[in-house]
Design a protein around this ligand. Structure first.
Ligand SMILES: [Zn+2]
Length: 252
């Protein structure tokens, strides 16, 4: 069973309340990790949504940490908006249309708003994930998926159709995908120096970003410069050799 802690957030402009939930990580049964860093715990994204757009007045605010005084656990006396009405900006990204709507949300936001470098890194990473959501479960289209799991042919076939449509959409928008990811790599390269604690992990992120950009030579160069050898890194290496530029399932 999934356990959540409930919190409340008040819009700084119109003062309306929003309800949200935080997954209690110790209660998680299954964690899935993808190569772009997205983690699903029992099917849920546990990463806090740092940008909150008020469903009443459309004001956006940045919440770095989900702790007092920014959020409260005390239930307000007034009515509040439910999590679904503001989470992912009201987009339901279970369908390919919803996934594109989430991409477009970030795209419009980046074009029209003011933000600093760290915020841009966040938005572009989220946009990268939203694009990848279209092809994230590409591995499920294999027939082995149907034969090895207890799944009816109909369910597998319907899922496969949806994934194939997602791949088509992804390819249609591939230029914009590349534009966003290239900008993210540039931002990350200018953000951290070798003195920063985040430098090494960011470097690993950049290797995977180069691979997903189809820039296999740059990925190879950075791979040769890293001494770390994990299952994740050797899988990236294999994919670079195969010239495969899709996001993949690391564990789960
Ligand atoms: Zn508001």
């Amino acid at each position: 069973m999934i356990k959540f802690e409930t919190f409340y957030y008040q819009c700084p402009r119109c003062k309306c309340w929003m309800e949200g939930h935080i997954l209690i990580s110790s209660m998680v049964n299954q964690s899935i990790l993808y190569s772009d860093g997205k983690i699903l715990n029992d099917g849920y994204i546990t990463e806090h949504q740092k940008m909150i757009v008020c469903p009443a007045c459309n004001h956006w605010s940045w919440v770095e940490k989900y702790e007092e005084p920014h959020i409260t656990k005390k239930k307000p006396a007034d009515n509040f908006y439910t999590w679904n009405s503001w989470r992912f900006y009201g987009v339901h990204f279970g369908s390919n249309e919803g996934r594109m709507a989430l991409v477009n949300h970030y795209k419009n936001f980046l074009a029209k708003s003011d933000y600093n470098r760290d915020q841009e890194i966040y938005f572009r990473r989220m946009m990268w994930w939203a694009y990848n959501d279209l092809v994230r479960n590409k591995y499920q289209i294999n027939i082995e998926r149907y034969t090895s799991k207890e799944m009816s042919f109909k369910v597998w076939y319907r899922n496969r159709k949806k994934i194939l449509q997602g791949i088509d959409l992804f390819l249609v928008h591939h230029d914009e995908y590349i534009e966003n990811l290239s900008r993210l790599v540039d931002l990350l390269k200018s953000r951290y120096t070798p003195d920063d604690e985040e430098f090494e992990s960011t470097n690993l992120d950049i290797i995977e970003m180069y691979r997903q950009l189809g820039d296999f030579n740059s990925a190879k160069k950075l791979l040769n410069g890293t001494s770390r050898r994990t299952y994740f890194i050797s899988t990236i290496e294999e994919k670079v050799e195969e010239k495969d530029d899709f996001v993949f399932l690391v564990t789960g």
